[in-house]
Design a protein around this ligand. Structure first.
Ligand SMILES: Nc1ncnc2c1ncn2[C@@H]1O[C@H](COP(=O)(O)OP(=O)(O)OP(=O)(O)O)[C@@H](O)[C@H]1O
Length: 322
C-alpha cells in the first residue's frame, strides 16, 4: 500500500501524526514549464568541446555504475532557490530526477547539495529561517501544495543521513515504528512480515535475524546505516534520499552500502549527495554538479566524467578545486 501524501480537503488525514516542526507553507512563484531550459547566462561556455584529456589535473574516476535505462522523471525541480535568513544558498535550480535510477549530487563543500536534497522532502521546512521558492513536482504533484502532509511526504520520500541515526529501540522496533504510526498494519504477523522484508531488502536480515530484539544502536556503523535504510523502506517509499551515507563508514561497510544502493535502484528513485567522485562514478547513472549554489551541469555520469560541457565541471572532476 502506498501512502498518499495529500491531506483530505479539511486538512486532516486519519492516523497522520502531527508534525510539530511543520513550518508555514513555503512561498511559491509562477514557474516556467517542465521543459524550461536551465539559466546558464552566468556560466562559462567553453569555445570548443572540452576534453578531459586536455586537463592538467587528475584523471577523473572511471564510471563503473551499471548502465541501465534511465527511468521516467520522478521528481521535477523548477527554479528552486533557498534562503537561510538573508543569505541565498541555492539559485534557480531546475532539474529532472528519473525514477529507478541513482542520481548523484557532487560539488565542493557548501555548494548547496544538501540544501537541494532537503527540498525534495521538505526537510528545509524544519530549519528556522529557511525559505524555499520554486516548485518541486513528484509524479506531477506539487509537494509544497497546502494539501500535502509533510509527514506522509517524508514517508514517501525517505532520507538517510551521513551519521546512522537508529532510534534508541530494538532492531525490530526501529523498522516497525513507521508502519505502526502510519497505520500500515494492525496484526502482529503482518508487522513481522514487513520487518523481515524490509531488513532483507536492506541486506541486513541474515546478520540480525537472531537478535531482532537487541538494541539497534548496538550494531556496527554500517549495519546501523542499513537498519536506517530498512526503516525507510518499511513505509513503502518511492524515493530514497541519501546525504553522504557512507562518509562515516569504513571501506567494507561502504562497499556494502554501495551494493545495496544498486539493488534498491531497481525499485526506487535514489538521490545521493556525495563528496566522493569515485563513489558517484561507481553508483550513479546520472550526476549533477553544483557550485556556489548553482547547478552547473547535469547528465549521464559517463558524460559528466568524460566529456563535461562546462569548464567548472572539468576543473572539479580533475581535482583543480574542491
Ligand atoms: N541551517 C542552515 N542555516 C544557515 N545556513 C545554512 C544552513 N544549512 C546550510 N547553510 C548554508 O547554505 C550553504 C549550502 O550548504 P549545504 O550544506 O547545502 O552545502 P553542501 O554542498 O551540502 O555542503 P557540504 O558538502 O559541506 O555538506 C552553505 O553556505 C551553508 O553554510
Amino acid at each position: 500500500m502506498k501512502l498518499p501524501f495529500f491531506r483530505s480537503p479539511d486538512g486532516r488525514e486519519g492516523g497522520t501524526p502531527a508534525d510539530p516542526t511543520e513550518a508555514p507553507r513555503m512561498g511559491g512563484q509562477v514557474l516556467p514549464g517542465a521543459d524550461a531550459p536551465l539559466d546558464r547566462r552566468d556560466e562559462t561556455v567553453l569555445p570548443t568541446e572540452p576534453a578531459v584529456s586536455d586537463a592538467q589535473g587528475e584523471v577523473p574516476p572511471t564510471v563503473t555504475a551499471p548502465a541501465v535505462p534511465v527511468g521516467p522523471t520522478k521528481i521535477a525541480a523548477r527554479d528552486i532557490s533557498v534562503f537561510y535568513g538573508d543569505k541565498q544558498a541555492l539559485y534557480d535550480v531546475s532539474l529532472d530526477i528519473p525514477d529507478k535510477t541513482v542520481t548523484s549530487f557532487i560539488g565542493p563543500s557548501g555548494c548547496g547539495k544538501s540544501t537541494f536534497l532537503r527540498c525534495m522532502n521538505r526537510m528545509n521546512d524544519t530549519i528556522q529561517g529557511a525559505r524555499v521558492t520554486g516548485q518541486i513536482l513528484m509524479d506531477g504533484d506539487d509537494i509544497n501544495a497546502r494539501s500535502v502532509d509533510p509527514v506522509l511526504l517524508r514517508a514517501q520520500v525517505g532520507m538517510v543521513f551521513q551519521k546512522p541515526n537508529p532510534f534508541p529501540k530494538t532492531i525490530y522496533e526501529n523498522v516497525a515504528y513507521g508502519p505502526r504510526i502510519h497505520g500500515l498494519t494492525s496484526s502482529k504477523s503482518e508487522m513481522d512480515g514487513i520487518v523481515e522484508v524490509s531488513l532483507k531488502r536492506a541486506g541486513l536480515w541474515d546478520e540480525v535475524a537472531d537478535r531482532l530484539h537487541s538494541a539497534g544502536t548496538g550494531l556496527s556503523g554500517g549495519q546501523q546505516q542499513r537498519l536506517v535504510i530498512a526503516r525507510a523502506i518499511a513505509v513503502n517509499p518511492e524515493v530514497i534520499l541519501m546525504d553522504e551515507p557512507c562518509s562515516a563508514l569504513d571501506p567494507i561497510a561502504t562497499a556494502k552500502i554501495e551494493e545495496l544502493i544498486d539493488e534498491l535502484r531497481e525499485q526506487y528513485c535514489i538521490v545521493i549527495v556525495t563528496h566522493s567522485m569515485a563513489q558517484a562514478a561507481r553508483v550513479s547513472q546520472r550526476t549533477a554538479f553544483f557550485h556556489l549554489g548553482r547547478l552547473v551541469e547535469h547528465g549521464d555520469t559517463e558524460e559528466i566524467f568524460t566529456n563535461p560541457r562546462e569548464r567548472r565541471t572539468l576543473d572539479y572532476i580533475t581535482g583543480r578545486f574542491g
